[in-house]
Design a protein around this ligand. Structure first.
Ligand SMILES: *Cc1c(COP(=O)(O)O)cnc(C)c1O
Length: 466
């Protein structure tokens, strides 16, 4: 029997304790005034230390993390996070900092910011960076504020619309809307890239700029990016680069050289700081020299962003060095293409050709559908993967394909792991063809089977007792 077969949250027994302090430990402690004292004890669970340790350790084992297994979650870059980053972030001189400390005591931290700005500017071809934003979407908002300020300061107040491709990450249109800009969608071609002719027809004196992801969310490089850059610039707009997934390009090409004016990075994806479950993150925003005066005065976060995350990313960059940063992208691209080529005879590959760090399948080629039994879906494949000890890829995104299965292996996995994953994906395809019910009912050996994911996200139960 596994722990979760007897999932019990109420472990409290009256009088049980997790600590023992000598009675006379604080003989001279000043008494709290009676008005501030609690009349009755807080109703906290009464548990022993081993109860607590086992409870949380068992709970942690019901979870899946990049430290426990392969996590090919497309667009999220779940690469292994080297432990040296954690050691650096835990150094007392950094971990004990407070943003209101005397400047004389924070010089080391200031140097980290300066060095990181230099490194990121070099990697991206931007002029400077602000580190305030605490997530990718937060960076998008900050970057769009720079774009809006640029037009405002020139008195060009009619530019209130921003162009976003239909393949974009959902945060792009959301950030534009939060920034008070109207979103205009540009369609993709059959080959998954931006339709340049369609883009031309949208450009005009009301366009503030375009938000682009390159490689886009299908993992495809936008081959027309230089042409797009000149078109948008000639029409008076700016180019925003969503660099959340800089992984495939690092050390190879730079958004600044492609003609982008503003961009954000997700340090918590590309630069190997742990993420998931909503944080912590860091979405520094880079900008070209001509936008120096357009960076918003008001801070978008308290103090200077998520310093611990920035520090981890700094440790990551230094431990790789110039030579190996370049290899990150090359290996990430190689891994993705390897998986794609080994599976495309059993999963539908809607767009042929070399991908970058990720690619999208459109479900199974043979889903096993037959009289009275519906075929296996992408959700079923994802759930079945859990039974075999792999985290599911991103599913049903991007929205361009109905059965999207978006796979991003990253550069940190060995060939053995990739081969195991390929073997399991082939096995699942075989199961679907033979008996799709096995997949419909998956997962068979996970702690819980198929929760209502919307309800679980919207109404989480965060208390141990009601
Ligand atoms: C993850 C991601 C974002 C958003 O980043 P958050 O830190 O989750 O806000 C934006 N764009 C792309 C392409 C992404 O993959």
């Amino acid at each position: 029997m596994k722990y979760y077969d007897k999932l019990i949250f109420e472990l409290s027994r009256e009088g049980r304790k997790g600590f023992s302090l000598p009675e006379d430990r604080f003989p001279s402690a000043p008494e709290l005034p009676a008005t501030l004292r609690r009349g009755t004890a807080l109703p906290l669970p009464e548990v022993s230390e081993p109860d607590v340790v086992r409870h949380y350790t068992n709970l942690s084992q019901m979870n899946f993390g990049v430290d426990t297994g392969f996590y090919p979650l497309g667009s999220c870059t779940m690469k292994y996070n080297p432990k040296i980053n954690e050691e650096m972030a835990a150094l007392g001189g950094f971990a004990g900092l407070h943003p209101l400390m005397h400047p004389g005591l924070t010089k080391g931290a200031c140097e980290v910011y300066r060095e990181m700005e230099k490194a990121l500017s070099e990697i991206t071809g931007m002029y400077a960076f602000t580190f305030d934003p605490c997530a990718g979407a937060h960076g998008e908002l900050t970057g769009l504020m720079i774009m809006r300020n640029y037009h405002m300061l020139r008195g060009d107040t009619a530019r209130t619309k921003v162009i976003v491709p239909d393949s974009a990450h959902g945060t792009n249109p959301a950030s534009a809307a939060v920034c008070g800009l109207e979103v205009v969608e540009v369609k993709s071609f059959e080959n998954g890239r931006i339709d340049v002719e369609a883009l031309k027809s949208l450009l005009g004196p009301d366009i503030a700029g375009i938000m682009m992801t390159n490689p886009n969310t299908l993992g495809l490089f936008e081959t027309e990016v230089s042409a797009i850059a000149s078109l948008v610039h000639n029409a008076g707009g700016l180019l925003y680069y969503d660099g959340a997934n800089m992984n495939p390009l690092m050390g190879v090409v730079r958004p600044g050289d492609m003609g982008f004016d503003i961009m954000h990075l997700n340090l918590h994806k590309t630069f190997s700081t742990p993420h998931g479950g909503g944080g912590p993150g860091s979405g520094p925003v880079g900008y070209a020299k001509h936008l120096e005066n357009c960076v918003p005065d008001l801070r978008v976060s308290g103090f200077h962003g998520n310093f611990g995350v920035i520090l981890r990313a700094y440790a990551y960059i230094l431990s790789l060095g110039r030579e190996n940063i370049r290899k990150v992208g090359q290996y990430a691209v190689l891994s993705a293409n390897y998986i794609k080529e080994c599976l495309k005879d059993v999963y539908k590959l809607p767009i042929e050709g070399v991908c970058k760090h990720e690619f999208v399948f459109d479900g199974l080629i043979n889903d096993g559908a037959r009289e009275g039994v519906p075929g296996a879906t992408t959700l079923d494949v994802a759930k079945r993967l859990l039974d075999y000890g792999f985290h599911a890829p991103t599913i049903y995104f991007p929205l361009l394909f109905h059965q999207a299965l978006m796979i991003e292996p990253t550069e940190t996995e060995s060939k053995e792991t990739l081969d195991e994953f390929i073997a399991v994906m082939r096995k699942i395809a075989g199961e679907a063809a033979e008996d799709p019910m096995i997949l419909h009912e998956a997962p068979h050996n996970a702690p819980i089977s198929r929760p209502d994911e919307t309800a679980a996200a919207r109404n989480p139960v965060l208390r141990y007792s009601m």
